[in-house]
Design a protein around this ligand. Structure first.
Ligand SMILES: Cc1ncc(COP(=O)(O)O)c(C=O)c1O
Length: 397
């Protein structure tokens, strides 16, 4: 198929849930993607915070090729070594004692919600079923995860969603206090909100929410689907705040581009779950887990994380220096999860970036997010900020 045929077939046969720009990618290397016409794009989107090691990482590609030639899938009815190795690594490097595997971020949150419901059902009185989440939060598009997702446009057409889902204001402890009570079985929060515009939770807020959860016997769930696994320059985003959850969900970067999700939990939560309570045919097969083991090994290296933190300082400095101050409202985030909020809508700007062969996406109406592959270095950072600055300087108010 040539480029035009690909675009026409997509338009004719694929359900239209996405609006795509007019190029067709064929391959990638490191932080770069190439299209059918040989154009080279600097990828500061990383497949929405997924390709942690960049495209076609040699070690990752080799492990995937070798594992696919050996064994790709057996289902969760049988043991395989890559899954056991991945579970051990995730547990040994986190607050958690156990991990449940699935295939996506929404599924990881769906599992977290089910586990919290079961935990409350076993340990507490009837009616302890409410889930509290926060303004601007995003947790996925399946019915449970969607119930905890704030944007009304995403929820409204699909109601009724699950019963007992409530919202409190992000970073407002009084609002959290008003929402969390003895009927709350779980509180779900992104330590750094992604889709909602790159908003970090404050340490005091998370600490206060932790105390409210303890006071009312509710489980605290961190959704680190976007902010977790090295993106902030720490293995887990909540290390920045030093406040720990009962459950944490992961997905996007975990297998470096293959589909996987994970729900990590304490032994106390795990004790509530029995064989048959939840499951997945595909989850954490040997192929995807072999890929994930490469990602977790590389990303959990303290030197790898330290480089992200150092480069992030450079990124922040460059953004402050080069972006036109009259258009910038705020620069937020940590590590390689930085949002720049503007006083103008950003859809036109990110479109201009594509024209200039830079992939950057928005987070909300007015914020552009920098979520590059975790392997980018100073030259790519400089190139991305310089291109964005040039476009902004050319853009009339
Ligand atoms: C914080 C967060 N949670 C959950 C999800 C849903 O993940 P998925 O698209 O893999 O279902 C996303 C996706 O953007 C996310 O950013």
């Amino acid at each position: 198929m040539n480029k035009q045929e690909v675009i026409e077939n997509e338009a004719n046969y694929v359900l239209q849930t996405y609006v795509r720009p007019e190029m067709v990618f064929t391959h990638g290397e490191g932080a770069y993607l190439y299209d059918t016409e040989g154009n080279k794009y600097l990828d500061f989107n990383a497949g929405i915070a997924v390709t942690a090691l960049g495209h076609s990482d040699p070690e990752w590609s080799q492990v995937v090729a070798e594992q696919s030639a050996k064994l790709a899938h057996v289902s969760n009815l049988y043991h395989t070594e890559p899954q056991a190795a991945l579970a051990k690594k995730l547990v040994e490097n986190s607050f958690a004692d156990r991990v449940y595997f699935c295939n996506s971020g929404a599924e990881a949150n769906e599992a977290a919600i089910k586990f919290a419901r079961k935990y409350a059902w076993l340990n507490e009185q009837d009616g302890k079923t409410e889930i509290v989440s926060f303004t601007k939060g995003f947790h996925g598009r399946t019915m449970g995860a969607l119930s905890a997702t704030y944007k009304e446009k995403y929820r409204k057409p699909f109601e009724p969603l699950i019963q007992g889902a409530k919202f409190a204001e992000f970073n407002n402890l009084d609002s959290a206090k008003a929402a969390i009570n003895d009927n709350t079985c779980a509180v779900i929060i992104e330590p750094i909100q992604g889709e909602g515009g790159i908003h970090p939770a404050t340490k005091d807020f998370l600490q206060g929410v932790r105390e409210l959860c303890d006071q009312h016997g509710a489980l605290l769930i961190y959704d680190e689907v976007q902010c977790g696994l090295g993106r902030t320059g720490y293995l887990w985003a909540h290390e920045l705040m030093g406040v720990y959850p009962d459950i944490m969900t992961l997905a996007k970067p975990l297998a470096g581009g293959l589909p996987i999700g994970a729900t990590l939990m304490t032994q106390d939560v795990a004790d509530a779950i029995k064989p048959g309570d939840h499951g997945s045919t595909f989850a954490a097969g040997p192929l995807v887990c072999a890929a994930a083991n490469v990602v977790v090994n590389r990303v959990s290296d303290p030197e790898f994380l330290a480089r992200i933190r150092a480069n992030s300082e450079h990124l922040n400095q460059k953004l402050h220096e080069l972006l036109p101050a009259d258009k910038v409202v705020e620069i937020r985030g940590a590590g390689y999860m930085i949002g720049v909020e503007f006083n103008i809508p950003v859809a036109g700007i990110t479109k201009r970036c594509v024209d200039e062969k830079l992939l950057l996406i928005g987070a909300g109406e007015n914020t552009i997010r920098f979520i590059p592959p975790l392997i980018v270095d100073i030259p790519e950072i400089d190139a991305a900020v310089e291109t964005l600055a040039r476009i902004l300087n050319e853009t009339a108010d």
